[in-house]
Each structure stands twice: as C-alpha cells, then as structure tokens.
Design a binder for this molecule. Sequence first.
Ligand code: MG
Ligand code: ZN
Length: 226
Amino acid sequence: MHRTRVRIVEDALDANNTIARANRDDFDRHGVGVVNLMSAPGAGKTTLLERALDDLPGVRVGVLEGDVAGSFDADRLSLLHIPVAQLNTGAGFGGECHLDANMVRTALPALPLAELDLLVIENVGNLVCPAEFRVGEDARIMICSVTEGEDKPLKYPLMFRACELVLVNKIDLLPHLAFDVDRLLANLEAVNPGVRHMLVSAHTGEGVDDFRDWLAAVPARVRAAA
Ligand code: MG
Ligand code: ZN
C-alpha cells in the first residue's frame, strides 16, 4: 500500500519534470531567463516586484501571477506597463496551493515570450509544495519576512533548500519585533549552506537595488550557460 503510493507520487513528479523540460525548451528558444518566486502568503512577493521591476535597466520583463483566485496582484503589476498574465489554480486546476509545470504551460500563450528577456513567475503563497514542482525555471527565489519567525528554515527545510536566493523582507519592522536576524541566518545556513541572502524592505525600498541587480543579471547568466 505504502509502496504503491510512493510509486504514484514518483510518477506524478516524473510527468511534471517532462512538462517542465518542455517549458524550458520554449524559454530557451525565445531566450528568456525565468525565475520562480516563492514564499508564504503575505511575505511581500508582489510588493517587492512592484519595487524591483519598476526600473530594470535594459531588461524586458514579464510576470506570470499564480493565485488560487482573483487578479489582485496581476492588476497591481499591470500598472508597471509590463506584460502580466494571471493563472488561477481555482479555474481548472482544483484550487491547488502551488503551481506545477502543466499549469505554467497552459498560461504561456498569454505571454509574449519572444519580446521578453526575463519572466518572473510569482508562485502561490505556500511554504510547502511549491518547492516540489519545477516549472522550467532557471532560478528559484524565496522570500522570508521577519514577521514569520526565525525557525521557518528548520520547519520548512525543502523550501529553503530549493532556492538559490533568500530575501529577508520587511526589515523596516525590526525595531518593533523580537526577531533575531542572526538566528534566522544561522538556521538558513543549517539547511542550505552558503545560500545567498539579501536583507530588504519592499516597503521602504532598502536593499531592493541589490535584488534588482540580481534579477537584471539573470538573462545574461542564462545565455552564458546555454
Ligand atoms: Mg502576491
Ligand atoms: Zn500545493
């Protein structure tokens, strides 16, 4: 019984990886670098994108917004006058709490890939299953905000291990919180040794320049690796 269940899960992940490779081929054909942005709900993914994507020098960026329902975040990012597509998992995907490669594939026709250098996929807010599904991205970023507690890397290790950049957001709130940044970073180092991190505030803009530079460098990095 247990063995059968394991088999089914493995098959599902194999199928996902096959579709992720097809997405990857499409991204490569159009020369698009892709990042998958993950976090718990409310960590500040959209606000950070509003800040960082507003002025990406020389990089044509688009966004795929993943949410269970609504187009709240897509509407906000559309104000930046960049291509934005909304993907609702509640519309045809059973209200799933993550994006998978197939969902992303269905949304690709809504994006002008040939006109983009960088695609940011904002995943559904969730610290668990988004980390299990590759969608064809080049890099995975996660945001951990200082209102969530220093223990999160230890409690959700897969998510913190799956990413190559961790943004510690809402640092403007630190004076009001009993939050120990050093303890968070030690916990992060314990589950993902050497992973890059940045301290940012999407609210005040502190640290966002570094994130913007990191994002702007993705397309060239992807082309160099191809
Ligand atoms: Mg959002
Ligand atoms: Zn899920």
